[in-house]
Design a protein around this ligand. Structure first.
Ligand SMILES: Cc1cc2nc3c(=O)[nH]c(=O)nc-3n(C[C@H](O)[C@H](O)[C@H](O)COP(=O)(O)O)c2cc1C
Length: 406
C-alpha cells in the first residue's frame, strides 16, 4: 500500500473532514434559507421579519419570551448569508479564510485558536457559599458598566457584512443595544473607509448617544490619527483606541490609506495627544503590554483582531494570564476573541480581563433585530454570566479569582 493510500485511509468516512462537513452543512442550510427568500417577496418578508424579531427581542429582553432568539438568528442568517452562515457554534470553522467577511485570515487558525483556547479553560464548580445575587457591575474609566463586557469594534457593513445595513444604521443598532443592556459600545474604523464614513459614524455617536462609546482609529500616519482624535473629542467620546494589529498592510498600503506599525515614541505621542484615555487594541505579548503601559496607554485590548490579521497566533485565552500578571491594576485590560457565552466572560475575567469585548454575535444581533437584537444577545450573556458566577461562588465581576479555573 502506498504512502498516499495510507494517508487516504486516515480520512474520515465519506472522504470528508469535520471541517468540510460543517462548511457544507452550513452552506446547504443557509442556501435553503436563501432560496426560500428569493425575489421581491423576500425584501418584504425580511422587513417584516426584522420588525417581528425586534418586537420579540424586546419581549425576550424583558424576560417575556426567551424563544425569540431563534427569530433574531433566522433573520440574521437571511441578511448575512453568505458572509455569515450563523452556525450553531461560532468557532471559525465554516468561514475559515473568509476575510473580508466574518472569518479568520488564511487557514483560520487564529480565530479557531481563540475559540478552542477558551473552551479549554474549565471552571471549578462551587456551591457551598452564600453568593445568590452576584454583582455583575464593573467600573471602566469612571463609567459604570452593568456587565463586564461591551461590544467589540466591528465595521464594514458592505465588504464584511454583505450590505443589508448601512453604516449609520449599524452603529445605531450596536450602540443602542449596548446602552439598553447597561454597557458601552465601540465604534470601528475600517481600513479602507473614507473619512466621510468615519465622520458619519461619529455624527450618530454625538447626536444619538451623547458620545457614550469608545472609538477606534486604524494605525494610520500620526497626522491622520491625531486629526481623528480631535474629531473623537468633539463627538464627546469616552476614550479612543488604535487597533495597532491592523498594521499588517503597511507594505502594500495605498495612498491615503497608509497603516503602519508604531515605535514606542510614536505611541507616546498618541497617548499624549488627548486628555481622553488612550487604548491600544491588539496586544498579544507581555512585552508589548508593558511597552503600551510605559508609553502612557490607559488600557489595552488583548486581542488578535478575532483572528483576522495574522494566521497562526495563539488564542487570546492562552496569552491573557501572563499579560494580566504583569500589568493588572496599572491600566484597564480588555480582552476579546470568540466570547460567545456568559461563562466565557467569567473565564476571561479569571484570567485577568477587566472587561470582555463581543464581536461576531452582536453583528448577528444587529442584523437580526436592530438595537433590540443586540440587547437580546447581551442580556442572554448576562443571564449566563450570573448563573456561572453563582455556580463558581463569585460575588463580584470586578473581583474574579484565578482559582475558579480548574
Ligand atoms: C466583521 C468584523 C469587522 C471588524 N472590524 C474591526 C474594525 O474595524 N476595527 C477593529 O479594531 N476591529 C475590528 N474587528 C475585530 C473586533 O473588534 C474583535 O477584535 C473581534 O471581532 C473579536 O472576536 P469575536 O468576533 O470572535 O468576538 C472586526 C471583526 C469582525 C468580525
Amino acid at each position: 500500500m502506498s504512502q498516499i493510500h495510507d494517508e487516504q485511509e486516515e480520512v474520515p468516512e465519506g472522504g470528508f473532514s469535520r471541517r468540510d462537513f460543517i462548511k457544507t452543512a452550513a452552506v446547504v442550510g443557509a442556501s435553503v434559507l436563501a432560496v426560500q427568500a428569493v425575489g421581491t417577496v423576500r425584501e418584504a418578508n425580511a422587513a417584516e421579519e426584522t420588525k417581528k424579531a425586534a418586537a420579540g427581542a424586546t419581549a425576550a429582553a424583558t424576560g417575556k419570551n426567551a424563544l425569540k432568539l431563534d427569530q433574531v438568528l433566522k433573520v440574521a442568517r437571511e441578511k448575512l448569508y453568505p458572509r455569515c452562515r450563523v452556525c450553531p457554534e461560532c468557532d471559525g470553522v465554516a468561514c475559515s479564510g473568509e476575510t473580508p467577511g466574518f472569518g479568520g485570515i488564511g487557514s483560520g487558525m487564529s480565530f479557531k485558536n481563540n475559540y478552542t483556547s477558551l473552551q479549554k479553560v474549565q471552571l471549578r464548580m462551587r456551591t457551598f457559599h452564600d453568593v445568590k445575587k452576584p454583582d455583575t457591575k464593573v467600573d471602566i474609566f469612571g463609567y459604570t458598566l452593568q456587565v463586564p463586557f461591551t461590544s467589540a469594534a466591528t465595521g464594514g457593513t458592505t465588504y464584511n457584512m454583505g450590505g443589508k445595513m448601512g453604516e449609520e444604521e449599524y452603529v445605531e443598532a450596536i450602540l443602542g443595544g449596548c446602552l439598553q443592556a447597561g454597557t458601552l459600545g465601540w465604534v470601528a474604523d475600517g481600513i479602507g473607509d473614507p473619512m466621510d464614513v468615519f465622520e458619519r459614524r461619529l455624527k450618530v455617536l454625538a447626536e444619538k448617544f451623547k458620545g457614550k462609546a469608545i472609538v477606534t482609529i486604524k494605525p494610520k500616519t500620526q497626522e491622520e490619527i491625531i486629526k481623528r482624535i480631535r474629531m473623537i473629542e468633539q463627538a464627546g467620546a469616552l476614550a479612543y483606541a488604535v487597533d495597532i494589529d491592523s498594521a499588517g498592510r503597511a507594505a502594500r498600503a495605498v495612498p491615503g490609506q497608509t497603516v503602519e506599525p508604531k515605535t514606542p515614541q510614536q505611541l507616546r505621542e498618541l497617548a499624549k495627544a488627548s486628555k481622553l484615555p488612550f487604548i491600544v487594541k491588539g496586544i498579544m505579548t507581555v512585552e508589548e503590554a508593558v511597552l503600551a503601559y510605559e508609553a502612557g496607554a490607559a488600557g489595552i485590548v488583548v486581542s488578535n483582531h478575532g483572528g483576522r490579521v495574522l494566521d497562526h497566533t495563539p488564542g487570546v485565552a492562552e496569552v491573557l494570564a501572563a499579560i494580566s500578571d504583569k500589568v493588572k491594576g496599572k491600566m484597564v485590560i480588555f480582552a476579546d476573541g470568540a466570547v460567545r457565552y456568559g461563562a466565557d466572560v467569567l473565564k476571561l475575567a479569571a484570567l485577568g480581563a477587566d472587561a470582555a469585548l463581543v464581536g461576531r454575535p452582536l453583528i448577528r444581533g444587529a442584523h437580526g433585530g436592530g438595537a433590540e437584537g443586540v440587547a437580546l444577545m447581551l442580556n442572554k450573556m448576562k443571564n449566563e454570566l450570573v448563573d456561572s458566577m453563582v455556580l463558581t461562588g463569585v460575588a463580584s465581576a470586578s473581583k474574579v479569582p484565578r482559582s475558579i479555573i480548574a
